[in-house]
Write a protein that binds this ligand. Structure first.
Ligand SMILES: [Zn+2]
Length: 316
């Protein structure tokens, strides 16, 4: 018996040492505030979607940052106070807002000066809202994750961001959540709750596949787990399903951290080089620079892409 205990005491520490628990952290960001794909754009529906989304984020204790497109605050050319109130509710819930440009242009497609003007237009409402809360506007997220078509544009834009005291919010967990969200909103708008249910049920397993891939790529590149940055959108899909997604991430060992904490990791100083004009994640760009080929993203189920339709709104 004693010998058995001795053997056990030797085996257990060795086993534990061989497989330390994986420390996983992720920062969660939401783009296209105050709303992306929703079944209806009347103010009551938008308030309901926002309230449910914020509640889910709060319940999961996620220190989120929301990125604003101020063009969406206007209706028929007039600033809509009800839509400004949606942004205020993000701040009141304790979350930070960032700039995602005014009208969501692509830096790969519009001239740099026009893009920069659009970005500055996009802080007209958000900056004073943040100041009222004693905060400064400091995060910028590129629409479509398009960083500029040429190295010259990228460098000039970096200088512009530095002058205006913006920090770029990277993304390492790239995904097609926006396709699910478009499909979900269309199914709901058409009153097909059964389809909406199926789309919602497919969303979280899809995101788990996305995380599995990002985790593996980080491991291949850095030999360790890195703090990830996830991009999602302010939409009905997440109002209804973010709670489940957050729970699944916790089960994978994730702890939710701020964007500041995530990007403090040395991985975020990795060279990206110039990897073309597709909207890839930072992780994918780092990997390409290091000579690794990121694998194709997990497929979106066919019935989801069918519901999303050919004119699906491109979210990033
Ligand atoms: Zn976007």
């Amino acid at each position: 018996m004693k010998r058995w205990l001795l053997a056990l005491s030797l085996v257990i520490p060795l086993a534990a040492a061989a497989q330390p628990p994986v420390e996983r952290t992720v920062s969660v960001t939401f783009d296209d505030l105050p709303f992306a794909s929703v079944p209806a754009e009347n103010n009551a529906a938008l308030e309901d979607m926002t309230a449910r989304l914020l509640q889910a984020i709060q319940n999961a204790q996620v220190p989120a940052v929301g990125f604003v497109n101020e063009a969406k605050l206007y209706r028929e050319g007039n600033l809509d106070p009800a839509r400004v109130a949606l942004l205020r509710s993000w701040l009141k819930a304790g979350f930070e807002l960032g700039n995602h440009t005014y009208s969501h242009p692509s830096l790969n497609k519009v001239p740099l000066d026009a893009f920069q003007a659009d970005l500055l237009h996009g802080e007209t409402v958000t900056r004073p809202l943040m100041q009222n809360e004693g905060r400064s506007l400091r995060w910028f997220r590129h629409p479509f994750l398009h960083l500029g078509a040429t190295p010259d544009v990228r460098m000039a834009f970096q200088d512009f961001l530095a002058v205006h005291a913006y920090t770029v919010a990277p993304v390492t967990v790239n995904n097609s959540e926006w396709v699910f969200a478009t499909a979900y909103a269309r199914a709901q708008a058409q009153g097909d709750e059964e389809a909406a249910h199926r789309i919602g049920a497919a969303y979280v397993p899809y995101m788990e596949a996305v995380f599995t891939q990002a985790e593996q790529l980080a491991l291949d590149l850095f030999g360790r787990s890195i703090p990830h940055v996830l991009v999602l959108h302010a939409n009905s899909l997440n109002a209804d399903h973010f709670a489940v997604l957050a729970e699944r991430l916790k089960q994978r060992g994730y702890r939710f951290v701020t964007l500041d904490t995530a990007i403090r990791d040395i991985a975020y100083t990795s060279p990206m080089g110039f990897s073309g004009i597709t909207g890839e994640s930072w992780l994918e760009r780092w990997a390409r620079h290091a000579g690794l080929r990121p694998s194709s993203p997990p497929p979106v189920p066919g019935f989801v892409t069918q519901w999303a339709g050919p004119t699906a709104y491109r979210g990033y």
